[in-house]
Design a protein around this ligand. Structure first.
Ligand code: ADP
Ligand code: GN1
Ligand code: MG
Length: 372
């Protein structure tokens, strides 16, 4: 069996907890997520194609109660499974599913206490880091549909896997605490970014005020609607399966809309150093808006439609604040591949926020065009 050297002992321990349907060939690090440890596991039967699985070790920095997270995962995927079957779809492709351990458990806890889960690899799909208009619209329909499909889910049974996840006021407070502590002496080099946040303190309350006043309803939402959290069918080019369900919990629909816009409505990487290449693309915003409203099939309220542009701006601002906070804290949360990556990520987000501020009226006009 071929292994990548990192984590070799632990990966062997985890794999030994499972029965595989064919000879294990290897485990390689997979995907571009910032949070979990994701590996692709390859098994080769004597005849025919390899059988692949995705093995994920849950980040303990992000998820303090992994067993609660797995309870959510099982509840949500079982619920979606029934919905997909009722719609005549294929539950093995249209939602994630778990492979049990040899002793019948839905996940494995390793000797260091880290929780691992194994899911069948959903084949004949692609996962994209950058959008074309067609696939961005397909992802919008799929995320809108995901939210609608979970409309009847008993929200009170879901654990809050990360408390205050999209509480932008709390994100601001955590940023201010990290700035004050300045544990790594980095504050002096980010004065411009710090000022950018301080100038937008009032904005951090806009969506929460709307929730508190009843203008926005609490729903079951995904909360991490990046383009690379959706698998696109290679034949139909439709968003076939929404993945990365770790933060699916009660939240705001405008945040699901907004997080997709943050990541996808531009043509640059999240950590692009050359900010002249980082531009908010209102045409991509428009196709996503159209797809999301279509996928939601009339389930969005007038208040939600009104606040969609705010969702885009706030998710982008909040994400920039989170990257900056992690940079000040010493990069414990988001996986980095070079020292200043979180700062680069923060800067792209703030550039996009500026662009959105300049085009805010146009963004509202786009929503009005598709809202009925
Ligand atoms: P993270 O929380 O770290 O982002 P994800 O659950 O999003 O972890 O998984 C990381 C990547 O692994 C995804 O972007 C996707 O490319 C791939 N992936 C995850 N689950 C599957 C699956 N069941 N089938 C195919 N690819 C998958
Ligand atoms: C993380 O897990 P991943 O890479 O899909 C993060 C999101 C951020 C995103 C920024 C659980 O998403 O909230 O928006 O990075 N997920 C968690 O790219 O914190
Ligand atoms: Mg992901």
């Amino acid at each position: 069996m071929i292994y990548i050297p990192e984590n070799d002992t632990i990966i062997r321990e985890v794999l030994a907890a499972y029965d595989f349907p064919a000879t294990l060939m290897g485990a390689v690090r997979y995907g571009q997520g910032h949070i979990n440890d994701t590996f692709c596991i390859v098994c080769q039967p004597q005849e025919g194609d390899a059988i692949r699985f995705i093995l994920q070790g849950l980040s303990s920095a992000a998820f303090p109660h992994p067993e609660e997270l797995m309870e959510n995962f099982i509840g949500i995927t079982s619920y979606l499974r029934n919905k997909v079957i009722a719609n005549g779809g294929d539950p093995m492709r249209e939602t994630l599913s778990l492979v049990n351990t040899k002793d019948g458990k839905p996940y494995y806890t390793d000797s260091n206490g880290k929780v691992w889960r194994l899911t069948p690899f959903i084949e004949n799909t692609d996962c994209f880091q950058k959008a074309t208009p067609e696939l961005f619209e397909a992802s919008a329909r799929a995320f809108g549909r995901f939210q609608r499909m979970l409309g009847g889910y008993p929200a009170e049974t879901l654990h809050e896997t990360i408390v205050n996840f999209h509480n932008t006021e709390d994100r601001l407070a955590k940023f201010e605490a990290a700035l004050k502590a300045d544990k790594h002496g980095r504050a002096a080099e980010v004065l411009e970014e710090v000022q950018f946040v301080l100038d937008r303190r009032a904005d951090c309350s806009v969506a929460l005020d709307a929730l508190r006043s009843g203008k926005l309803p609490l729903r079951v939402t995904h909360n991490d609607t990046k383009l690379n959290n959706i698998l696109i069918d290679r034949d139909t080019h439709e968003g076939i399966c929404v993945i990365d369900l770790d933060t699916t919990m009660p939240g705001l629909s405008i945040n699901d809309f907004g997080d997709s816009i943050r990541f996808g409505a531009n043509h640059s990487a999240e950590d692009e150093k050359d900010l002249s290449k980082v531009n908010f693309d209102i045409d991509l915003y428009e196709v996503y808006t159209r797809g999301f409203i279509e996928g939601a099939e009339g389930s969005l309220t007038a208040g939600e439609l009104e606040y969609l542009p705010w969702g885009a701006k706030l998710m982008t601002l909040e994400c920039g604040i989170r990257f900056l906070t992690d940079y000040l804290d010493g990069d414990h949360y988001f996986r980095i591949h070079y020292p200043e990556q979180n700062l680069d990520r923060c800067r792209t987000q703030f550039k996009l926020v500026r662009d959105m501020e300049e085009q805010f009226e146009a963004m509202a006009a786009v929503v009005a065009k598709y809202a009925k």
